[in-house]
Design a protein around this ligand. Structure first.
Ligand code: PBG
Ligand code: ZN
Length: 327
């Protein structure tokens, strides 16, 4: 037996001791539950590829948000889906006064006030008839023509009372354009959570089916980041911070933890990870077959996000985790 002076196993002896020295902890205050809002009333339709997640009309969303609040979920991220026939080349239904997200924000803030943080996704892809995230000119997604449209959408959400607007389009300069529009409308206290490092990812598959936002032609590689790039995320973050982003985000989460660690090290801003639809569906599918222990895998993933440096976890598992007492 060698003469060991240090034995790491000493601190792993039993649970209370392990808990005492744990480096990362989870807290329900860091969780954000995403929602898909649809027109109509009394609607709560399960989304096939995302078990446990539904398309909900505003009335049902409010009931869900109340129940979630009782569980300790105090932040939600809204995605809206217009009527199919309201889709247009410029995505104008995105900033209509009767847009479902606008109505949802109004209702949630009116009924629940500052007990909840209401965040809204800002992107045109669910609202354009071509399914792209910006304006299309001559068959290409035009960056600068998209900015005023995105700013109008963010403005509509902010006017309705959103606490945080979250641009996910990945156009260059959108954070600055949105910040400027908000400030000009005396909405300087509305925060921006930027999808800073949003990668062109195949993990968005279930979401695009849920949001009916798959592009009609081409893909999103001309604006979302290339999965091969790591340093470029730091550049994106520098630009976002310069333009006034309050919260930075990395998306997807699991396959991009190096990027999370990089941004944590380089920027003091709060950092969010988006544990996206495909990541959720994979866990769900394996758990349904009894191939993994769902609770254990979800908590392991969440601790990985914390270890890498994330402050905020956007996850479809939030409600289930709290309802089943995982935290
Ligand atoms: C819209 C948007 C997407 C997601 C969030 N906002 C899809 C996409 O970019 O194609 C993905 C969310 C998820 O997969 O859970 N731009
Ligand atoms: Zn989009």
């Amino acid at each position: 037996m060698p003469d060991l002076i240090y034995r790491p196993r000493r601190l792993r002896t039993h649970q209370a001791l392990r808990d005492l020295v744990a480096e990362s902890r989870l807290d329900r205050a860091m969780l954000v539950q995403p929602h898909f809002v649809v027109p109509g009333s009394g609607i709560a339709e399960p989304i096939q590829a995302m078990p446990g997640i539904e398309h909900q009309s505003v009335d049902r969303l409010l009931a869900t948000a109340r129940a979630d609040l009782d569980l300790g979920i105090r932040a939600l991220l809204l995605f809206g889906m217009p009527e199919e026939r309201a889709k247009a080349p410029d995505g104008r239904a995105a900033w209509a006064d009767d847009a479902v997200v606008v109505e949802a924000v109004r209702t949630l803030k009116h009924e629940l006030g500052d007990q909840v943080v209401v965040m809204t996704d800002v992107c045109l892809c669910a609202y354009t008839d071509h399914g792209h995230c910006g304006a299309v000119l001559d068959g290409r997604i035009d960056n600068d023509a998209s900015l005023p449209l995105l700013a109008q959408m963010a403005l509509a959400h902010a006017r309705a009372g959103a606490d945080v607007v979250a641009p996910s389009d990945m156009m260059d300069g959108r954070v600055g354009a949105i910040r400027e529009a908000l400030d000009a409308a005396a909405l300087e206290s509305v925060a921006i959570m930027s999808y800073t490092a949003k990668y062109a990812s195949s993990y968005y598959g279930p979401f695009r089916e849920a949001a009916h936002s798959a592009p009609g032609f081409g893909d999103r590689r001309s604006h979302q980041m290339d999965a091969r790039n790591r340093r470029e995320a730091v550049l994106e973050a520098e630009l976002d911070v310069e333009e006034g982003a309050d919260i930075l985000m990395v998306k997807p989460a699991l396959a991009y933890l190096d990027v999370v660690a990089d941004l944590r090290a380089a920027f003091p801003q709060p950092l969010a990870v988006y544990n996206v639809s495909g990541e959720y569906s994979m866990v769900k599918a394996a758990a349904a077959r009894g191939w993994i222990d769902e609770r254990a895998v979800v908590l392991e993933n969440w601790h990985a996000f914390r270890r890498a440096g994330a402050d905020i976890i956007i996850t479809y598992h939030a409600r289930q985790a709290l309802a089943q007492g995982w935290l």
